[in-house]
Design a protein around this ligand. Structure first.
Ligand SMILES: *Cc1c(COP(=O)(O)O)cnc(C)c1O
Length: 398
């Protein structure tokens, strides 16, 4: 089948919830993907911050193949060694004491929402059911997570949403202080917002939220689905802030490209959770855990994190160069290997020109080009990315 035939097949049979890119990807290797016409692209979307180890990591492949030869799936009615080992690895590397496993970022957020409600319920606070989230946040598209994702584009057609959510201004501690009260069971925040335009939290903001939650007897939930797991150059995006949450949602890169989400929690939260409160049929099955164990051990190695920081510094410097050269670029924001280039206009032409020149990027809002390459990317490859962006922004301004 040629490219046009594959695209026709897709649009005839797949529900039209996606605006597809104008090519069909057939295979990937390292930081590159190849389309059905044999064209090569350097991939700075990486499955939307999923393919942290790039394409075809041999250790992930071997671990999954080996596990699948023995056992792919069993129900969570039964104990599984790979799952228990993965939970131990996550706990040893984080603030958390216990882990709940599921299949996606939205599901990890749903789990966090339910566990926060259960925590308040167990403490006899039956009217402590509300949440405070933030402008530009993205927490997923299921009904609970959607209620915490305050964009009319995502929400309007699907109301009524989960009630009891109020929205404060991101990076404005005072606006959160004004909304948190005795009915607040949790404050939900991304330490670095991804979809909403690549906005890192200010230290006083994140630290202030921790103090606010402690004072108000509310839980603090970090959504590190996109910014967590080495993306910002530390294993957790919140690490440099010196504060920890009560619950944290993870997903995107965790399963090495296989679907996995996780809600990490403190013992105080875990103490409120009982059999039957929540469950997932596929959550952390042995095959996915085999992948995630390899992913987590690689991403948390100090040399690996050092590489991300080094590449991040190189990219930051080069993007600053682009900004000083192109008048349409208003700001560059990010950390490690998640960057947003904000323009004074719609960046769709930059992304389309990237496609033509063999670079895959995506948007984070209409005016922001987002870069979330595989974390294994090297300096020469980043230089190639910047050179293509330079030409694409040049054309945008013509
Ligand atoms: C992608 C994302 C989600 C949703 O994850 P899905 O796996 O698509 O459900 C939630 N929160 C953040 C911060 C994300 O980037």
């Amino acid at each position: 089948m040629n490219t046009a035939e594959i695209q026709a097949l897709d649009s005839q049979y797949v529900a039209p919830t996606y605006a597809r890119a104008p090519f069909v990807i057939e295979r990937g290797e390292g930081v590159y993907v190849y389309d059905t016409d044999g064209k090569r692209y350097i991939d700075c979307v990486a499955g939307i911050a999923v393919n942290a180890l790039g394409y075809g990591d041999p250790d992930v492949r071997a671990a999954v193949a080996d596990q699948m030869a023995r056992l792919t799936h069993i129900s969570n009615l039964y104990t599984s060694l790979p799952q228990a080992q993965l939970a131990k690895m996550l706990v040893e590397r984080s603030f958390a004491d216990k882990v709940f496993f599921c299949n996606s970022g939205a599901e990890a957020m749903e789990a966090a929402i339910k566990f926060a409600r259960k925590w308040a319920h167990v403490h006899g606070q039956t009217d402590k059911t509300e949440f405070v989230a933030f402008s530009h946040a993205f927490h997923g598209r299921t009904m609970g997570a959607l209620a915490l994702t305050p964009r009319s584009y995502y929400q309007d057609a699907f109301k009524p949403l989960m009630p009891g959510v109020s929205i404060a201004e991101y990076n404005d501690l005072g606006s959160a202080e004004a909304l948190v009260n005795e009915r607040t069971c949790a404050v939900v925040v991304e330490p670095l917002q991804g979809e909403g335009g690549v906005h890192p939290a200010e230290p006083v903001f994140l630290q202030g939220l921790r103090a606010l939650c402690t004072r108000a007897n509310a839980l603090l939930i970090f959504d590190e689905v996109q910014c967590g797991l080495a993306r910002t150059g530390t294993l957790w995006a919140h690490e440099p802030y010196g504060v920890t949450p009560d619950l944290m949602a993870l997903a995107k890169p965790l399963g090495g490209g296989l679907p996995m989400g996780a809600a990490l929690m403190t013992q105080a939260v875990a103490d409120c959770v009982a059999p039957g409160d929540h469950a997932s049929t596929f959550g952390a099955n042995p095959a996915i855990c085999a992948a995630a164990k390899v992913v987590l051990s690689k991403l948390s190695a100090p040399e690996f994190l050092g590489h991300v920081r080094e590449m991040g510094a190189f990219l930051q410097q080069n993007l600053a160069g682009l900004q000083s050269k192109h008048r349409s670029i208003r700001a560059v924001r990010g950390r490690g290997l998640i960057w947003g280039i904000e323009a004074d206009r719609d960046v769709a032409p930059v992304i389309e020109e990237g496609y033509r020149q063999g670079l895959i990027t995506c948007k984070a809002g209409a005016n922001v080009v987002r870069l979330v390459p595989p974390l294994v990317i090297q300096q020469a490859e980043l230089s190639e990315v910047v050179a293509i962006l330079d030409r694409a922004f040049g054309l945008l301004e013509d």
